[in-house]
Design a protein around this ligand. Structure first.
Ligand code: ADP
Ligand code: ADP
Ligand code: ZN
Length: 227
């Protein structure tokens, strides 16, 4: 029987650096980085009705329905239990995004006997978010995140990590960016209080160099993960 998992979530608006930071700090903490956006991008790379359904929301910058999102997340957690019975927990990126998802997560954790030990909140002003998102590039193969100016791949168009093609995401258009930031303010930002009231929220200044943000996150999590 695997021991109880200790999970962390990372929350903040689109462009605040969740994916970038999660990829850097998760391995240092023995956590597995699980991003619902990456799970959807992997799913959309396949053919079939589910891929088409996800694409119809994703490309507009709309949220995928909660029941489908929770199912996709659960199946990833179950896969981790099977493939890596000794893993410590996940660093959850991009989930939950609304109250219903936060409550679904609580229910899943209760059922599994797992614990959520912290919610890292990346704080970045809106003008910086827009600048970051309009220059964001991602690896089509492994999901690694880059930026045209702030964090370019060593060779243009080629992923440092896996050699895959580095492209702009189909939802990083000005319209979809504005729409996603509005959805964040309306639906996701209210969750900050939900976690603050439970003593789980840790605010981190995200508008500074990538390695400084990582150091701040690692320092804040160390006591909670017993590291
Ligand atoms: P961003 O942080 O720029 O929104 P993500 O990669 O986290 O990028 O998400 C991309 C898209 O995937 C979202 O616009 C949405 O369509 C879908 N998505 C990701 N996570 C969720 C979620 N928790 N609930 C609903 N839809 C989601
Ligand atoms: P999120 O997952 O929160 O949507 P990303 O990690 O995808 O955010 O980052 C958005 C964009 O900003 C990417 O192009 C990334 O390279 C860039 N970025 C992330 N963190 C920083 C930082 N501290 N300074 C400058 N650019 C950053
Ligand atoms: Zn790659």
């Amino acid at each position: 029987m695997a021991s109880k998992r200790t999970h962390v979530l990372i929350i903040g608006p689109q462009g605040s650096g969740k994916g970038t930071q999660a990829a850097l700090v998760a391995p240092r903490l023995g956590l597995v980085h699980v991003a619902t956006g990456d799970l959807f991008r992997a799913l959309m790379a396949s053919e079939g009705a589910l891929a088409r359904e996800v694409r119809s929301y994703y490309e507009r910058g709309a949220l995928v329905p909660d029941d489908l999102t929770v199912r996709v997340l659960l199946s990833r957690l179950e896969e981790l239990d099977r493939c890596d019975p000794d893993y410590r927990g996940v660093l959850l990126d991009g989930f939950p995004r609304n109250r219903a998802q936060a409550e679904a997560l609580d229910a899943v954790l209760r059922e599994r006997g797992d614990e959520l030990v912290a919610a890292i909140h990346l704080v970045v002003p809106r003008d910086v978010l827009i600048e970051r998102l309009s220059g964001r590039l991602v690896c089509q193969q492994c999901g690694a995140t880059y930026h045209r100016t702030f964090n370019p791949p060593r060779q243009p168009g080629i992923c440092d990590r896996c050699g895959g093609p580095v492209i702009q995401r189909s939802d990083d258009t000005p319209e979809a960016i504005a729409r996603r930031l509005d959805i964040y303010e309306e639906q996701t930002a209210p969750l900050l209080d939900y976690y603050r009231q439970r003593g789980l929220l840790i605010d981190i200044v995200g508008d500074r160099p990538i390695d400084e943000v990582s150091r701040a996150i690692l320092a804040a999590l160390a006591p909670r993960l017993g590291a």
